[in-house]
Design a binder for this molecule. Structure first.
Ligand code: EPU
Length: 417
């Protein structure tokens, strides 16, 4: 089994370039299905979620050419096929084939998506949106058959500003008859990236990035290009490492506006973080103040950085609290951090973290993607050797994480054990 082994305590010096955003790329790839010609997507991260999506695109008779971080996708000869359980379950974002295939073919057969086990992850808002556009949904155990004779634009209100539902409804509505309005839409930057891609193809979407998105249906979508935005969560993960171990650590290719909630919180607690154009420079900070965070939808503090923040909190002087409001099970890293010397208690959805505690290397397990990232940070600051198992979760979302960290001085390697 492949594991990550880290000998902790090395300072991080040099620069790390941020890759394209996982959560944008995993929507942009299925969105290409809606295009009647070839598309090119630049800056796609080389992560296993990308490979799983390409596998499904090829199953649908798509032509995908990979050249480093560039994907050329041509779905002209698309053949609608059932997306089998083993492929759908490989990742969460397989649910975007629902909206994309419905939008183009008015028919889709797919199994319930997979993804990290971080709590109940229903897709009822996606399905209600498809129904509002005129689709009927047949559920057979874990398989969904979604069919429409025609899709007609309408006003939709999301009970919760769900990222996945917002994008999926946008995909289904792009070629629908008339105008669709998504109210209480999610505002995450990844949604704007997808809307820009579709508009580049000739779609008519306005309001992406606000809570009201309007989509005027079009019949044909032409050849287009898009660049995946920088991954704000990957950037945040390395910024946190910089706050703990940086010696002028530079994080390159960052959109600061996407990270305001993190950067302002770090500055508030005493982290030395400077910005220079699209780069950030971070230095290890000694006397970090304890702090509280509640995760929220964008532009609030992102749930995807909650787990990595708990490691930073172990190094603050006093009691910090982290309340997770988006998912019911995002504390998978806590028992392992405690086994390394942290003092964390979880009550309801809040982790109370008493710092500052020394961490010691141990055998730990990545229970999900961001828990895995948290354990990498813990291993980097711990005394001794940390061995992380189930790293397939980490490799789903962090491009070349081992190489990027080795390049800035970390003692980290992939081992077979
Ligand atoms: N929800 C429902 N019904 C729905 C949709 C969502 O109850 O139909 C609930 C979920 O159960 C969850 C909350 O609403 O409790 C938020 O879900 P949302 O739909 O916003 O999340 P998602 O689309 O499933 C994406 C990212 C997540 C990220 C969230 C929030 C992808 C593939 N996943 O998930 O990324 O946490 O948005 O920003 O884009 C990660 O990268 O580690 C990750 C989990």
């Amino acid at each position: 089994m492949q594991k990550i082994q880290i000998h902790g305590g090395k300072e991080l010096k040099g620069s790390i370039k941020i890759s394209g955003a996982k959560n944008a790329a995993v929507a942009l790839i299925p969105a290409s299905i809606l295009c009647d010609e070839e598309v090119t997507i630049y800056h796609v991260p080389e992560i296993t979620d990308r490979d799983a999506l390409i596998h499904i695109m090829e199953l649908l008779n798509g032509k995908v050419v990979i050249s480093q971080d560039e994907l050329k996708i041509n779905m002209k000869d698309l053949k609608n096929a059932v997306i089998p359980e083993n492929l759908a379950k490989k990742l969460r974002a397989s649910y975007y084939f629902m909206g994309a295939l419905l939008g183009r073919m008015k028919h889709v057969e797919i199994y319930f998506p997979g993804g990290c086990n971080i709590g109940k992850r229903k897709i009822d808002f996606h399905l209600k949106g498809f129904e509002a556009l005129g689709a009927t949904i047949t559920e057979d155990a874990d398989k969904y058959i979604i069919h429409a004779e025609e899709l007609v634009g309408t006003k939709i209100y999301l009970d919760f500003a769900s990222v996945g539902a917002t994008i999926n409804i946008m995909l289904a509505a792009v070629k629908a008859k008339g105008v669709t309005e998504i109210n209480n839409a999610a505002k995450e930057p990844e949604i704007v990236n997808v809307a820009t891609f579709l508009n580049n193809m000739g779609a008519k979407i306005t309001g992406a990035g606000t809570s009201k998105i309007k989509i005027e249906g079009v019949r044909y979508l032409h050849k287009s290009i898009i660049e995946v935005i920088p991954d704000r969560i990957e950037a945040g993960t390395y910024i946190i490492m910089g706050a703990l171990l940086g010696n002028n650590l530079m994080i390159e290719n960052v959109i600061k506006e996407h990270l305001m909630s993190l950067i302002s919180k770090l500055q508030e607690i005493g982290v030395d973080i400077k910005s220079n154009k699209n780069n950030l420079i971070i230095n290890k900070s000694k006397n970090l103040k304890p702090f509280n965070i509640t995760t929220l939808v964008y532009p609030g503090f992102p749930t995807d950085l909650a787990q990595t923040m708990t490691v930073l909190m172990t190094q603050c002087n006093g009691i910090s609290a982290l309340e997770e409001t988006i998912y019911s099970n995002r504390m998978g890293q806590v028992p392992y951090l405690n086994s390394m010397g942290a003092d964390i208690k979880v009550s309801n959805q809040t982790a109370y973290i008493k710092g500052k505690t020394k961490l010691y290397g141990n055998y730990v397990e990545a229970s999900d993607l961001r828990a895995g990232a948290a354990l990498v940070i813990a291993g980097l600051i711990a005394d001794g050797t940390t061995t992380i198992s189930h790293i397939e979760h980490i490799l789903r979302g962090y491009e070349h994480i081992i190489e990027k960290l080795r390049n800035v001085g970390a003692d980290i390697e992939l081992i077979e054990e």
